[in-house]
Design a protein around this ligand. Structure first.
Ligand code: HAM
Length: 444
């Protein structure tokens, strides 16, 4: 026997139940984005390799699904949408109305080690604002991120948005005497320090900072102990550096908007978040389960230099993405997944005579054209078997077109939950069915 061919590791089939769950996530994400005034866009899943090797940073580059196509081009499946968006907007910036508020839901591919919450193919909900410099745009995205989570029934007790700032970090590292390149290397070590052995972290930092690595780690510990805007203010004031104090004004503005929108309870200051992707420049954030379990549910931040790096006129940009895998996991673990497969309204059973079949098919077509969902056995069998199929279909009403009824110009309806039955004239099919779908039929 031939060996069974299976899905590739990290790729998924979506049979109806899984597909219904995926579509449910997409529906809620789309509705939240539209409610925030965002417009939907899409881009190609296959891009030139260069778009990602230059822009996303070494971690993502090591995870690319790249290959040489039959025309000899170096290409890659997209690991994220941000470089595509930056190119698309950069190329058309002159003709686009500002601010540009765009969202997309699309499949991404990363050659990652298989683990909980991580696949090699996954879907992301991306939302970005381009052409706005101030914290108002960051607040708008944080609002969309939080409100999209809330639309699934998740509340502040379930998740937290950890807010940090690459500008604050870069200013702080510059004050310590690090140039941009060393600062970026130091940040990528900080990004991973929660997950790796402390000795390894220290060794890596010594390579950049020499003897000051120990002192730096103490500073980082103090920074990471900060969890509120007031503690952040106190930490910045104690350092007494003008550049950091100036940045606090932006923090106050951002926090003020979040507070006014009733979102402050969902957010926590956490300078331990620096983000793995290389292009971030300002406020950054990640969303986690409140109890700290699992991988990030969403992440994003400001990336004011990316459009320019792709060769276009400079454009301010900020955005985030949420993933379907972690979102489905948290909804399931909190018992927040509704029943998702659409329920069938009617199942039609009919006699084997030509007149019954014709009357049944006319009814099927009429009801479907009005958006009432109807199924029927494509091959008529005995009534007993067809009623069993009606039961298995989960339909709320069985519509019966037997020889006797059709000869009298009638049809019958059975409420599959109560067993109650009612008859009606064929000329009253639509109203009769609508009324019974709304109110059911009591058993006599
Ligand atoms: P990211 O943090 O790499 O950011 O990914 C965002 C979200 O995508 C993660 O929080 C996670 O939910 C999901 N995700 C990432 N990798 C995987 C994976 N292997 N399997 C399942 N889910 C995954 C970005 O991609 C940025 N481009 C977001 C952004 C948009 N920044 C600005 N605009």
């Amino acid at each position: 026997m031939a060996s069974k061919i299976q899905t590739l590791p990290g790729f998924r089939d979506f049979p109806p139940q899984a597909c219904a769950l995926r579509n449910y996530l997409f529906r809620k994400w789309r509705a939240a984005a539209i409610a925030h005034g965002f417009q939907e866009y899409d881009g190609p899943v296959l891009e030139s390799l260069e778009l990602f090797t230059e822009k996303s940073g070494p971690e993502i580059v090591s995870q690319l699904f790249n290959f040489t196509d039959k025309g000899g081009r170096e290409v890659s499946l997209r690991p994220e949408l941000t470089p595509t968006l930056a190119r698309m907007v950069g190329a058309n910036a002159g003709s686009l109305k500002r601010p540009i508020k765009w969202f997309s839901i699309g499949e991404c591919f990363r050659f990652e080690k298989q683990q909980k919450g991580r696949k090699r193919s996954f879907y992301q909900f991306n939302a970005d604002i381009m052409g706005e410099e101030g914290p108002g745009a960051d607040a708008e995205l944080i609002s969309l991120c939080i409100q999209s989570m809330r639309s699934f029934g998740l509340e502040a007790e379930h998740f937290v948005l950890r807010l940090s700032d690459r500008t604050l970090w870069m200013t702080f590292l510059a004050e310590l005497g690090l140039d941009e390149e060393a600062s970026i290397r130091a940040l990528s070590i900080v990004d991973k320090m929660e997950r790796v052995d402390p000795d390894y972290t220290k060794q890596q930092l010594v390579a950049i900072l020499g003897d000051s690595a120990g002192k730096f780690l103490d500073e980082v510990a103090a920074m990471r102990a900060v969890t509120t805007i007031d503690e952040l203010d106190a930490w910045v004031s104690a350092l007494g550096r003008d550049a950091l104090v100036a940045r606090m004004a932006q923090w106050r503005e951002l926090w003020g908007i979040l507070d006014a929108m009733g979102l402050a309870d969902f957010c926590r200051v956490d300078l331990g978040i620096v983000r793995g992707l290389a292009y971030y420049t300002g406020f950054v954030f990640e969303v986690f389960e409140r109890n700290g379990e699992g991988r990030a549910l969403a992440g994003g931040g400001r990336y004011d230099k990316l459009v320019e790096k792709l060769g276009y006129a400079p454009l301010h940009a900020t955005g985030f993405a949420a993933g379907d895998v972690t979102m489905a996991d948290i909804l399931e673990s909190k018992g927040l997944l509704p029943s998702l497969l659409p329920a069938l309204d009617c199942y039609v059973v009919y006699g084997s005579g030509e007149a019954e079949r014709a009357a049944a098919m006319r009814a099927v077509a009429t009801l479907r054209s009005l958006g009432i969902s109807v199924d029927y056995p494509v091959k008529p069998t005995g009534f007993g078997k067809m009623f069993k199929q009606a039961d298995n279909s989960g339909a709320r009403l069985a519509l019966i077109f037997g020889g006797e009824e059709v000869a009298e110009g009638k049809f019958k309806m059975r409420d599959m939950a109560t067993g109650g039955e009612a008859a009606g004239p064929l000329c009253d099919l639509v109203d009769g069915v609508k009324m019974r779908l709304a109110h059911g039929i009591e058993k006599a």
